[in-house]
Ligand binder design. Sequence first.
Ligand code: NDP
Length: 344
Amino acid sequence: FKQVMPTGLPKKDVTTQLGSVELDIDNVDLAGGVLTRNIACSLDPTMRNRMKGNINYFSPPYQVGKPVTAIGLAEIYRSEMEEFKKGDIVAVWDLAIEEWSVRSKESTVTFRKFDPLPGLSITTYLGAAGMTGMTAYMSIKEIIGDLKPGNTMFVTGAAGAVGQMVVQIARQAGVKVIASAGSDQKVKYLEQELGVERAFNYKTADFNKELAAFGAQTNGINYYYDNVGGEQLEAYINNAARYGVIVGCGYISGYNAEKPEDVHYPKNLFNIVTKELKYQGFIVSSFLPKWMARFLQEIPPMLAEGKIKVSEDVTFGIDGAEDAFTRLFTGETEGKVTVLFDTE
Ligand code: NDP
C-alpha cells in the first residue's frame, strides 16, 4: 500500500498503489527482528496530512515508495527477539498496510502487548475502545472538563468515529446536542439511533439558521466539538454563547485542499475575544498518560454493555483498503473505518 505525494482528494492507484512481492516467510532474514502477519488496521483522516511531505506534524510524513502506516494489530509469526514469541498478538502504532512485515528489533519499540477487552471485537478495539474513542473522551475531559447538564453542544462530523462517541458522551451527561453530518441517512442515524435533539445535513441546510434556533434558549451554544473546521467553525463562532468552549479536534474540510488559499478559515475570529471563548486544539497522544486509566475503566465496559453504540465500517481484505481510505473524504463511510486483512 504505497503512495506518491498527492494533491486533492486521494485516488485509488494514483495516491496509493497496492502491489505484491515474493516473501519466503519461513526463511526471510530477520536480522534480529521479527516477522509479523498483520491482522487489522485503522484508517484515519489524519493519514492524509502525512501525505504532504513537508509539514511539521506530530506524526512523521510518509515517504514516497514506502508503505503507508496506520494503527493496527499483528501476530508474531517468527521472532529472533526475546520479548516476542510466535503467536503473540501485538498492537502496533505504525503498522505498515501490508499483509506481512519484517520489522527490525529497533522498530518494535512501537509494539505493545495486545490486551483484549472483554466483549469487544478487534475493530472496536481499534476504534471506539481505541484511538478514536480516546480522542473523544480525553479531549472533552481535558478541554471542557465536567459537562453541565442542560448546556448545549454542536458536534460536526457527528456520525463519524470520533463524532458518534462525542455525541453519546455529551448526551449521557445531560447536554443537549445539535449534530451535523453529510447525508440524510447519517442525520437519521443521529436522530433515531443516537437520540440527538437536532441533526442537519450540512451540505443542504442553512447551518447558521440551525445553530441560531438551537442556541436560542441558552443564549447561544455552550460547546463546539469541531471535527471539520471551515464554514461550520465560523458558524459556531457566530452562534456561540458567552464563555463558549471549542474543542479543536480536526479540520477535515481543509485536508484535501489543492492550494493553501482553498482552505476556509473563519473571518469572525474577533468574536473569540468579545464572547470570551476558549478555543483549544490537541493531539490525543498527549493525553494518554493522564486519562488512559479512567478511559479504560469507563468506556470499554459501556461499549460491551451496549450503553454506547458504535457504527463501524469494516473492509475485508487489503484489496479494499485504498477505496476505504478514499471514502473517508467523500463522506461515504459509515462510522469507524477499519480493514481486516485476510489471515486465513
Ligand atoms: P470520520 O469517521 O468522521 O470520517 C471522516 C468523515 O468526515 C467523513 O465520513 C465525512 O462525513 C466527513 N468529511 C469528509 N470531508 C469533509 C468536509 N470537507 N467537510 C465536512 N466533513 C467532511 O473520521 P474520524 O472520526 O476518525 O476523525 C474526525 C476528525 O477528527 C478528523 O478531522 C480527524 O483528523 C480528527 N482527529 C483528531 C485527533 C486528534 O488527536 N486531534 C485524533 C483523531 C481524529 P460526512 O458524511 O459527515 O461529511
